[in-house]
Ligand binder design. Sequence first.
Ligand SMILES: Cc1cc2nc3c(=O)[nH]c(=O)nc-3n(C[C@H](O)[C@H](O)[C@H](O)COP(=O)(O)O)c2cc1C
Length: 321
Amino acid sequence: MSYWKSKFKIRDLEFPRFISGPLDGYTDSPFRKLVRKFSKDELLYTEMRHVACVANENDEHKSIKFDLCERPLNYQFAANKIDFIDRAVELVLEKGVDLIDLNIGCPAKNIVSSGSGSALMDDLPRLEEILKHFRKKIEHIPFTVKFRAGFKVENALDVAKLVQDCGVDAIAIHPRLQTQKFSGIPDYGLAGKVKAQSCIPVLISGGIVDFETAKMVYEQSGVDGYLIGQAMYSKPWKLKELYEHSLGNSFEVDNKVILECALEHLDNLLEYYGREGFYMFRKHVPYYLKGMESASDAKNIIFSTDSVDVVKNELVRFLTK
Ligand SMILES: Cc1cc2nc3c(=O)[nH]c(=O)nc-3n(C[C@H](O)[C@H](O)[C@H](O)COP(=O)(O)O)c2cc1C
């Protein structure tokens, strides 16, 4: 079987090679439900949530509010110390997920200033303590880590070794430093070095927008799987598109599919967030209409109304004309 057709394994779980990576504010539960219309078996990540936030949440438990149809799901945590890990993990396991991930790659100021995210790549003793604590608590399902090339200085190879030695089941590298945030060409050669020294599956995140890039990254690194990030924006069909292209099949969506997805996305947001979901939908609209001629009029109408019906009617008018 070809590499692209075959699945990769994390412990005893098998997944297709294209994965929906975590994007806070985008790949939330309403969006993940849409992805499932096109991709049934693919692994999806939740957005990052701090263990303290999950452990201390009120009765609503919003951070673990998701639909079981989103599984297989990798629930992503951030942590800066071992406090709250036990309770947070118990709540997530009770809800039901397939894997748990620790984010040690987030570059955001408010995250690294508390010692979470990529700051942990600069504090290996603390990282080791946290990894061992998670590992002990998560016995029955895979535990994964998402990391970067390094914090200020590249140390991905040391971190990957530490992570593996702590019993982690798979790693995902976004091969940029914290200082690079999301810009610059990801160092796919570094991902290849991590892959060469690792006995566990290595996934990659960064700059994969189409099958051609994925193929190029495979040739440079030999990694096992591909986290798709910003290329998923308002494209719930993206994993399916990549898979079909990897098999040499054509795959295109027409305006009818785009309309169905946009309307369902809005409904999912309203159901999940209530009225707030209506305003959250606005940031997705430009991506649904991207590249379409004279979309600015439709966007102006959509951005200036408080009416769900007006938004829906305008989407129907614009995408069926
Ligand atoms: C708006 C936004 C939100 C993100 N949220 C998360 C997150 O919650 N957890 C995480 O591990 N990475 C997060 N990332 C990083 C992405 O998962 C990914 O590593 C990065 O965007 C590079 O991949 P891409 O070029 O495919 O987007 C975020 C990135 C962006 C742009």
